[in-house]
Structures are given as C-alpha cells and as structure tokens.
Design a protein around this ligand. Structure first.
Ligand code: GAR
Length: 188
C-alpha cells in the first residue's frame, strides 16, 4: 500500500478531490493531511473525510525536523503540496528527492516564485491581459516553483474574464489532472 501525505495551507479543495479520487483504491492510502495554518479550511475537510490531520509550526517544520521525522517514520511514498505556501526545507527536499510534488495555478516559469499564489496570481493574469493560463505540476526543489515540470495544462483567458473566472477554470484543470498525475507517479 502506497502512503501519501498532503500538505495544504488553505481551503483544501484539491486535498479533498485527491482523497475522494483514491477513496476506493486499495493500493493507496492518504495517511495524513498536514497544515501550517490552524485556521485552514482543510482541517474541517480532513475531519469530515476521516483523514488524520496535524497542524505544525514553522519551528517544527524548518528547525526541529518534526515533519521530516514524521514523514520518515510513517514511510511516506509521496508528499503532495496542494495549496501549501511555505518553502520546503532543503533537508526535507534532499531526503525525499523526486517524492515531493506541487501544483501551481499558472504556467511556470511565468507567475511563479515567492508571493505568487492562489487568487493573487489570477488577478495579475487578468491585469496583464494574458490570453491563457493553466496549471503546472512539478517536483519540488529548494526554490519556490522551480523543480522539474511533470505536466502543464492550459486554459484560455477571455478579455471579459474576472480573476474568479480564471480561478474557476484553473481549479477545473487541477481537479481533473492532479489525481491522475499522482496515480501515474505511484506506478513507478
Ligand atoms: C490551488 O489553486 C493551488 O494551485 C494553489 O493554491 C490553490 C489552493 O486551493 N497553489 C499555489 O498557489 C502554490 N503557489 P485549494 O486549497 O482549494 O486546493
């Protein structure tokens, strides 16, 4: 049985979508959902879905190796960042080489880096009159949004689209492709 952990900082709609996708898969278990944000909506989702959920502090994540040790002790096969906003410490990246993946709501390398997340990106996309946006699923390295790209999918951005319209299109791509990419990676 492959063990997965999801890290999320916010609402957690991707986390929920992934949990539901693997609900009846006997080869995959979502071991835990972990969050740095005690107010994150993902906590309520985890409770409702019956997935153990832990909140951790910056010190536990960056200095004390609490999360690193937790992931090692639980023999986690794949770590999924689904709307997780902190930079992953180098030690964790090195210990789980090519076993941490992130989803980014834009077409990297455009609109990536520190501070580029969630609705803020969609707002900038609209302001810049971009004609397309999309999603990037990539491996995580020690920099923000910089690791090897696994998959990108595009959507159109119309002149009449608001940031919310772009968010909706991007979320649709995320819900469709993120679980499938995870499933594929688990086969190797
Ligand atoms: C998603 O759109 C994800 O791509 C984005 O945050 C959103 C979380 O939504 N991630 C980033 O911006 C990372 N830089 P959710 O909490 O509803 O899954």
């Amino acid at each position: 049985m492959k063990q997965l952990v999801i890290l999320a900082s916010g609402s957690g709609s991707n986390a929920e979508n992934i949990v539901k996708y693997f609900e009846h898969d006997k080869t995959v278990q979502i071991s835990h959902i972990l969050t740095n944000n005690p107010k994150a909506g993902v906590i309520e989702r985890a409770n409702r879905l019956g997935i153990p959920c832990k909140v951790f502090t910056k010190k536990e994540f960056k200095e004390e190796n609490t999360i690193l040790n937790f992931l090692i002790n639980n023999k986690i096969d794949l770590i999924i960042l689904a709307g997780f906003l902190w930079l992953v410490p180098v030690k964790l990246v090195r210990s789980f080489h090519h076993k941490i993946i992130n989803i980014h709501p834009a077409l990297l390398p455009k609109y990536g880096g520190k501070g580029m997340y969630g609705n803020h990106i969609h707002q900038v996309i609209v302001e810049n009159k971009e004609e397309e946006s999309g999603i990037t699923i990539h491996y995580v390295n020690e920099k923000y949004d910089d690791g090897d790209i696994i998959l990108q999918k595009k959507c159109s951005v119309l002149p009449s689209d608001s940031a919310n319209d772009v968010a909706r299109k991007v979320h649709q791509l995320e819900y469709k492709y993120f679980p499938k990419v995870i499933e594929e990676l688990l086969k190797h």
